[in-house]
Design a protein around this ligand. Structure first.
Ligand SMILES: *Cc1c(COP(=O)(O)O)cnc(C)c1O
Length: 224
């Protein structure tokens, strides 16, 4: 085994402000690669497919200081596992899912940190709140106490120019400011989960606090 993953991480960390958390996205990556990243100091790992994640987390249960982030679309009927096993969910994309997670977290007396996934530009392939719907749902979202709504997350559509990407990242930051200006009881947006392998430097410039990086750390994913 070579040290490529460590080298990639060293390179990324050179440009990483201290307030930006690097989440290593390990979907379709082997357990060996996850361990390599762990040995290079990574403790935040992200998965977007529940079944695959549960299998890996079981294998890696002797690494209890890993913080697992769920970053994919989640059906409400599978939410219970996420509440019990993950510390973060970045992809809360509907009121129904938020309320289900809240109920399950309360029943299990657990907290789950959450980002609301926002669709800033039309994109039929992505889940997430459109802004008008989000504003309508915020009063009910604010009733969540066990689901800790601490952040906003977005995934950019393909094909944007650099300027469009940067503007879109800034729009997410502006939306966070606007939400916080309302002084909600429970909702306090401190995190912006934005930036992937091909746009994370722009995302950091735009105010990201959590970047989700896969291929730039691990290389291309295996297709199945
Ligand atoms: C796969 C994935 C990433 C990582 O993408 P890369 O381009 O490999 O860095 C980040 N966020 C989400 C939600 C993903 O599904």
């Amino acid at each position: 085994m070579n040290n490529l993953i460590r080298e990639n991480l060293d390179f990324i960390r050179q440009n990483l402000p201290v307030n930006v958390r690097l989440v290593a996205v390990t979907k379709k990556m082997s357990i060996d690669k996850i361990k390599e990243a762990y040995n290079a100091g990574v403790r935040d790992f992200g998965e977007n497919h529940l079944q695959e994640a549960l299998e890996k987390i079981e294998i890696l249960k002797d690494f209890p200081d890993i913080c697992w982030h769920f970053i994919g679309h989640l059906q409400s009927n599978k939410a219970s596992k996420v509440v019990k096993i993950f510390q973060w969910i970045h992809s809360v994309d509907s009121l129904k899912l938020a309320q289900t997670l809240e109920r399950l977290a309360q029943e299990n007396n657990l907290y789950l940190n959450a980002c609301l996934q926002i669709k800033l530009l039309p994109d039929p392939t992505k889940f997430g709140w459109e802004i008008a719907q989000l504003k309508q749902d915020l009063p009910l979202l604010d009733q969540c106490e066990y689901l800790k709504i601490k952040g906003l997350m977005t995934i950019l559509p393909l094909g944007l120019t650099e300027a469009e990407k940067f503007n879109t990242f800034q729009s997410l930051r502006n939306l966070a400011t606007e939400i916080n200006n309302n002084s909600w009881q429970n909702i306090k947006i401190k995190e912006l989960s934005m930036g992937m392998s091909n746009d994370y430097l722009l995302a950091i410039e735009g105010g990201s606090t959590m970047i989700r990086l896969g291929t730039i750390i691990f290389g291309e994913r295996l297709v199945n």
